[in-house]
Structure formats: C-alpha cells, structure tokens
Write a protein that binds this ligand. Structure first.
Ligand code: AMP
Length: 281
C-alpha cells in the first residue's frame, strides 16, 4: 500500500497502471467498519482501490465540529492496510492557499433533510468530490447509504454533469444494537450511547407498525413518541421517496419510501435512515 500526500504524487502512481479499473472510496478518516465495508465493495468491483482521507473544511458550517473532528491517521493507515487498500490519498489541503474561487452548487436536492440545517454543506461535498474525481479519475466510487442524501446528490451530480464514473451505494453498517456506525459516535458518553440506540429502535418500530397507521402523521407520531420518551431531540423525521427525496404523502405508497432522521443526543448530531420497502433490512 502506498500513501500519497499530494495530487501530483497520486496521479504519478496511477499513471503507471495499465488497464486496471480504479475504485475511489472518499472518506474523512477515523475509519470504522462502515468505511471498511465500502472498501470491501470497492475491492469486489475494481482492480485498484484508492481511499481518500480528507476532512473537507468546505462541508462544515461555522458552528460545526471541524476543529475537533477526530483524525487518528496512524490507525487509519493500519485499517487501510488490513483491508487491502492499494493507495491512500491524504492531502493536506485540496484548495488553493487563498481560497477556492470556483465550486459546484446543488439546488433542489440540497434544500431538504440535512440541507435545511446545514446550509452550504452539500455544495462543499460536491465540490470536494468533484476535485477528488478529477485527481483520481476513478471508474467507480463507493458511498454509504448512511449518508443517503449525499449519495443521491452525488449520483445526480454525475448524471447532470455527464461525468464518466459509476457511483455505487453500500448498505449501512450498524453496531449490534442497531446504532449506525459513525466517526461521531465517539463523542457520545456511555449514557448517551445507550440513548443513541433508540434512534434505530424508533425506525424499526415505525417500519413494523406501518400497516397499522392510517396516515403519515400517525406514522410519524409513532417515531416521535419513542424518541421523546428517550429524550432524543429530533431535528427532522420524514418519509421521503428514495429517488427524488420528496416527502411521501400517501401512507399506502411505501414501495420506494425511506424514513430519514437527524437527531441530537447530548450535543452530538446523528443521522440514520431505513428503507420501508418490504424486501430490505
Ligand atoms: P465519512 O468519513 O463520514 O465522510 O464517510 C465516508 C463514507 O463512508 C461515506 O460514503 C459514508 O456514507 C460512508 N459511511 C459512514 N458510515 C457508514 C456506515 N455506518 N455504513 C456504511 N457506510 C458508511
């Protein structure tokens, strides 16, 4: 495995490959089993796997956790090595010293769910992913369904801009009690960690009882009740179409529906989602 710190270095390395299919797994580091599952999927679908580790300042808001975001680089390198990664791309910065002047913007798809409280977040995401795609020129890139809105926005970026890269989604990896793995879970105290598992419990409860609800409001109320009982502060809880991310208004049309949630446990903001179609999860 080779670790490259600059765009020139990784481009030089990749230029010497012949006709191998290259997969990119973009990450912000602090790697866990969720990231490893993306790497494993990339290995199954391509010959060469590049993992980028870059905490992208453009996707953090003013009052978010950029300065304290965990950066256990030595551990991440070991994780990548054990997972059979070929190249780690770990740039110090991806932007010019005096700031970036040209970036990308997301319209409708970023005006909902996480985009409401995280203004500019998805613009930062697509801008950095576009830069990474331009540097690495991967044949495919793997993104987790944990960040489902991000996955859809990146698929839309690739379609709208006719980019020559296949974007592949990967299932959410969870702890045994259901909490979706996240680099931010390490902010949770022991008590908060116990509370946090109730987020997935609420999603499962809703899915189990969907047939008994006569309206979307009643269905959402089930989830809110469970979350409030566990003192979880809900930022949003919505049922949306998996492709358009538009809210679903008819309780009987759940074949392409997914529950989306963002909630605060203590001061940690967590997100999760669950498909309502019968054959999944
Ligand atoms: P991050 O390092 O948090 O920016 O995440 C990098 C990639 O890993 C994104 O595509 C995430 O959706 C994905 N990811 C993070 N957590 C999980 C998880 N628990 N299961 C599956 N994918 C995940």
């Amino acid at each position: 495995m080779k670790v490259c710190g600059t765009a020139t270095e990784i481009q030089h390395e990749l230029a010497s490959l012949d006709k191998e299919r290259i997969a990119l797994v973009p990450t912000m580091g602090c790697l866990h089993e969720g990231h490893i599952s993306l790497i494993e999927k990339a290995k199954r679908l391509a010959d060469v796997v590049v993992v980028s580790i870059y905490v992208n300042p453009l996707q953090f808001g003013k009052n978010e956790d950029l300065s304290i975001y965990p950066r256990p680089f030595a551990d991440d390198i070991k994780t990548c090595q054990n997972a059979g990664v070929d190249f780690v791309f770990h740039p110090e910065s991806l932007y010019p010293d005096h700031g970036i002047q040209v970036g990308l913007q997301v319209h409708g798809l970023s005006q909902k769910l996480c985009g409401i409280s995280r203004k500019g977040h998805f613009d930062g995401v697509v801008t950095v992913v576009n830069i990474l795609f331009n540097i690495i020129r991967p044949h495919l890139a793997v993104f987790g369904e944990k960040d489902f809105q991000q996955l859809r926005i990146i698929q839309r970026m690739v379609a709208d801009l006719h980019m020559q890269v296949e974007v592949v989604g990967a299932n959410i990896v969870r702890d045994d009690d259901g909490l979706a793995k996240s680099s931010r879970n390490r902010y949770l105290s022991d008590d908060e960690r116990q509370q946090a598992k109730e987020i997935y419990a609420a999603l499962q409860l809703m899915k189990r009882q969907a047939n008994q609800c006569s309206s979307i409001q009643e269905f959402l109320a089930l989830g809110y009740k469970h979350l409030h009982q566990h003192r979880i502060e809900v930022e949003y809880l919505e049922i949306c179409d998996e492709v358009t991310l538009e809210p679903i208004t008819n309780i009987r049309i759940f074949s392409t529906a997914r529950i989306f949630i963002a909630a605060k446990v203590g001061s940690t903001r967590l997100i999760d989602n669950l498909s309502l179609s019968n054959h999944e999860e």
